[in-house]
Structures are given as C-alpha cells and as structure tokens.
Design a protein around this ligand. Structure first.
Ligand SMILES: Cc1cc2nc3c(=O)[nH]c(=O)nc-3n(C[C@H](O)[C@H](O)[C@H](O)COP(=O)(O)O)c2cc1C
Length: 295
C-alpha cells in the first residue's frame, strides 16, 4: 500500500472535524458518488467475512416522509435526498445454508447478533466517513428499531431481515456548532483502565455539558407533565422518597441538569427497559436472547 501523508492528513483532518448534519440542501447526490460511497461501505470488515446485512437506499420524498414519522417525527429524515436503511440480514445466509445442508442458528444467537451489529455499524460508519470526504453530511437515526414491523412492511423485508439503523444523507445547508466531546485522556487509556475518581469523572462531564440544562416550562400543566415523566424514569434507580426530593429540587430550581434530561426524558430510563425492540426482532424471526433466559 502506497503511503501519501498529505492525502492522509487531509482525510484525517476532515474526519476529526466531522459532525452530524440535520439540515440538507435539495441538491441530489450524484448516483456515481453514492455508488462509490456505498462500495466503500460494503468493503468494511465483517466477522468471518459473513456480511450479515443489507442496505436499502431510499430516494423518494414521500417514503422519506413516512420514514421520518416512523422514526419519531424527525424532520431532517424527510428533507434528506437519500436515506439509507441498514438491515441486519440473516435471510440470504439462511437460504444459502439450507441449500447446502449447512446448519444455521445465527438468528437465535446473542453472539451472532452482536457480531452482526458490529458488522453493520462498521459498514455504516465507513459510509458516513466516505460521504463526509465527498462533502456530504449525514445523521444517524437509531429510533427505527422502535418500529421494526412497520419498516419491515414498508420495504417488503423477508423474515430474518430487520432494520436496525438509518443514515440520512445530503449536502449540508448549514453546519451546527460542533458538539463537545470528552477530552482525549478521558476516553483513551494507555495499557490499563485508570483509577478515575468521582471528581475527575464529574469534572470531565461538567466540561462537556457546560451551559446545558433544561429550563422547565412556566406553564404549570406542561411543567407537571415533564416532572411526572422525569419521576417515572427516576423510579427505575432511586427509592420513592429520594425521587420526590429530586423532583422537589428541580421544581424549586426551575431546571433539570443535562444528564437528568438525557436519562430522564430523552433516553428515558424506564422506556429503555421495555422489550419492544426484542418483540420487533421476534416478528422478523430474530431472537438474540434465545436460550439465554433459562441459563
Ligand atoms: C446509533 C446512533 C443513533 C443516533 N440517533 C439519532 C437520532 O435518532 N436523531 C438524531 O438527531 N441524531 C441521532 N444520532 C446522532 C447523535 O445525536 C450525534 O452523533 C451526537 O449528538 C454527537 O454529535 P456529532 O455527531 O455532531 O458529533 C445518532 C447517532 C448514533 C451513533
């Protein structure tokens, strides 16, 4: 492989400045560029070179609007000239295995599931990066897994195929202020995991989330609704009396902390414990927890 440090510096510099894009121009993505980007993606590493995924390319405005609704009404999906739906796909391998008298248990295996998800994300991320190098912005959407059956119907997915991740693509209309990340030394550890004090961890996240907090609405009804939702999430982790104290404190302050919003309202702690996603996967014949419960 030839070394070209200038080209590498250029590419890596762009990668270090990537960001999610949620505002797209109407300009279409030229088919030949999209092809190159996708071809880079499907050459990504996969466990055992099994390639257990498929990618649906959605260019229709009307269907992208439907996708947007399916994914929790996120408007940028409807505006994106291209949406890619990354599907975990055991269908092709199951057919081929049976045609050749090979055993097949991938759809009932936690290990195969996690490897397949790794594979799918490796491909998605290669595509995200390749697109960015061509000046195309994108944003991942994870909420498609909340509606696996509807998306499966929309795309005529056979059993053993399930949509797991979406990537909206388009030329950026505007870029946002880059999201702050944890400092390098809070993520990359040399040789072994360090003894991180609570203080160091809190300082690192305080710096990441500086100035971010959610002001509670002044409208009493809306305020109560939000606090009730927050309390429902808190109950997953703290005894009732403590939840009441936390709520009272928030009410008095008039805001909640960013990490309280993240796990209390956004990645709602109680909703993250429900089996909806597993049920959606089961409808497609995929059982990542098969056999695990009895053990
Ligand atoms: C698996 C995954 C799912 C995501 N889902 C959504 C989503 O549903 N909606 C959204 O606006 N952004 C989504 N994002 C984008 C993140 O919000 C974004 O990457 C994060 O805030 C960091 O910002 P940056 O990408 O600009 O650095 C997702 C990212 C990943 C990796």
């Amino acid at each position: 492989m030839q070394r070209d440090l200038d080209k590498a510096d250029w590419a890596v510099g762009l990668m270090q400045n990537r960001q999610s894009v949620r505002r797209f121009k109407d300009d279409p993505i030229p088919e030949e560029i999209l092809y190159e980007v996708l071809a880079a993606g499907i050459n990504s590493a996969t466990g055992g070179n099994l390639q257990p995924y498929s990618i649906i390319v959605e260019r229709s405005r009307v269907k992208s609007q439907q996708l947007s609704k399916l994914c929790g009404d996120q408007p940028f999906i409807a505006q994106a000239p291209v949406n890619l739906i990354f599907c975990l796909d055991w269908h092709k391998l199951a057919v081929y295995s049976r045609a050749n008298d090979a055993p097949f248990t991938c759809n009932k295996s936690f290990r195969h599931y996690t490897i397949a998800m790794d594979d799918l994300v490796c491909a998605a991320q290669t595509i995200e990066t390749a697109a960015w190098l061509y000046g195309i912005g994108s944003c991942y959407v994870g909420t498609i897994i909340d509606n696996i059956p509807a998306a499966a119907q929309m795309y005529n997915l056979p059993k053993l195929v399930a949509p797991m991740l979406l990537l909206s693509l388009g030329y950026p209309k505007s870029l946002s202020t880059p999201r702050k990340k944890l400092d390098y030394d809070m993520v990359v550890f040399n040789n072994s995991y360090p003894n991180l004090s609570e203080q160091k961890i809190c300082e690192a996240y305080d710096s990441k989330y500086t100035g971010m907090r959610m002001t509670l609405p002044s409208d009493p009804q809306k305020r109560q609704e939000i606090l009730a939702e927050f309390r429902r999430a808190l109950l997953t982790t703290y005894p009732e009396a403590q939840c009441d104290q936390i709520i009272a404190k928030a009410e008095k302050a008039g805001y909640i902390h960013e990490i309280q919003r993240r796990f209390g309202l956004h990645y709602h702690a109680a909703d993250m414990l429900t089996p909806d996603v597993l049920e959606g996967l089961a409808e497609q014949g995929i059982y990542p927890c098969y056999g695990l419960m009895e053990q």
